[in-house]
Design a protein around this ligand. Structure first.
Ligand code: KG4
Ligand code: ZN
Length: 379
């Protein structure tokens, strides 16, 4: 079954054609990311206008890369939420128009639940329009430090979806049966990375900028001056997260280290001690966030006698997070998609639609910006 999927929940406009939920035929992503740089964050109005502009060319390109016409497609999948209303509407109305005019079935998709299905994608070529995953021996979602045996992912699995807007833990008893176990009570882990990056003067480059800065940290190069909290780790049986206190602590410690410097202003890196301070700070932020994510996920796996762990969402691209999880690989096989399938794209939207989606009449599909990620419907 060939599904054409459309994703436009945030600032990306993505279209993919995927066969039987696992094989990428084409994947195209257009982003207005750079445009948001000067505003210090995503401006919903700007994002939606750009998506209107990008949607048809992206659709055309995805079909052309797949060497297909619309008539070759069996169903249309589309993200209906959660996300920005203006952005969602662009994708939803496009998908409805295609469905209504072509008579193809339409499958509405929950973006957050869909993230985890990136772990079930099989492909042996470089993903079109994406970068190769430097930490993986092949360009496929794979078991950390292990052979590429994701087809044998064992259930029950614990699935951590960790992105810019969400930090959620699910029990996955089968490809269809999902139960929400816990999530963030306030900010998402990706938001903590993104706000820190802005505070440190890295603009909108987010978690990747923190990861790159942290990789330059050498334990011996500077005496560690800050120690950040690991929120909620004392509550052993509680599978929720909280990152807003950490964000405040990060803000306080950064300002203490940089008295008089405006938050977010680029720093002069000519002094060795400033560069050392920046990498030390980024390192501690990354350690704190990843410690919490790993410990809570492992606890969830223990409590539910999980047979595997699946990571997904933009933050699961983080190399330090992957490294920490790989230490548990003998206890629980840990799976993670290649970097290009961690961040937003339409491939996993199609995969979710194939494995768990429902075909509905096109005129019943609407954008739902606050679509629940806890009350899991058959969506
Ligand atoms: O899944 P995603 O592309 O979009 C949402 O659905 O939110 O995730 C974006 C998030 C951002 O917060 C970004 O900073 C984070 O993923 N991210 C990373 C890395 N790459 C992207 N966080 C930490 N380390 C990375 N290497
Ligand atoms: Zn996402």
């Amino acid at each position: 079954m060939k599904i054409l999927a459309i994703e436009s929940s945030c600032d990306e406009t993505a279209v993919a054609v995927v066969e039987d939920g696992v094989k990428i035929i084409s994947s195209v992503i257009a982003s207005s990311h750079e445009m948001h740089e000067k505003y210090g964050g995503i401006v919903p109005e700007v994002a939606a206008r750009k998506q209107l502009e990008f949607m048809i060319p992206t659709l055309d390109e995805a079909l052309s890369q797949a060497s297909m016409k619309l008539s070759d497609i069996d169903a249309i999948a589309v993200t209906i939420g959660p996300g920005l209303i203006g952005s969602l509407l662009v994708g939803v109305e496009t998908a409805k128009t295609i469905a209504a005019t072509s008579g193809k079935p339409i499958i509405p998709v929950n973006h957050v639940l869909a993230h985890m299905y990136a772990n079930f994608i099989v492909h042996d070529a470089v993903i079109p329009g994406s970068t190769r995953n430097p930490s993986s021996s092949s360009n496929t979602g794979s078991r950390l430090n292990g052979r590429d045996d994701k087809q044998d992912i064992q259930f029950p699995a614990i699935s951590l979806v960790v992105s810019g807007g969400h930090t959620e833990l699910y029990l996955m008893e089968s490809l269809k049966k999902l139960t929400w176990l816990g999530g963030t009570l306030d900010d998402a882990a990706g938001e903590a990375f993104d706000k820190t990056a802005r505070l440190m003067g890295f603009g909108n480059s987010g978690g990747l900028a923190i990861q790159n800065a942290a990789s330059k940290h050498r334990e011996s190069s500077i005496e560690d001056r800050i120690k950040l909290p690991r929120p909620m780790l004392d509550k052993d049986n509680e599978l929720n997260f909280s990152f807003s206190g950490l964000k405040t602590a990060i803000w306080r410690e950064w300002n203490k280290c940089h008295p008089g410097l405006d938050p977010g202003s680029p720093k002069k890196m000519d002094s060795g001690s400033e560069a050392g301070m920046t990498s030390m700070f980024a390192h501690e932020v990354q350690e704190s966030i990843t410690d919490v994510l790993v410990k809570k996920t492992i606890r969830a796996a223990e409590l539910n006698n999980a047979r595997s762990i699946l990571l997904s969402g933009g933050v699961s691209a983080n190399l330090r997070l992957r490294e920490k999880f790989s230490a548990f690989n003998t206890q629980f096989p840990v799976y993670v998609p290649p970097v290009a399938l961690c961040t937003d794209n339409a491939v996993y939207i199609a995969s979710y639609a194939f494995f768990r989606g429902n075909q509905v009449p096109w005129d019943s599909v609407t954008a739902v910006p606050d679509l629940s990620v806890e009350e899991i419907s058959q969506l």
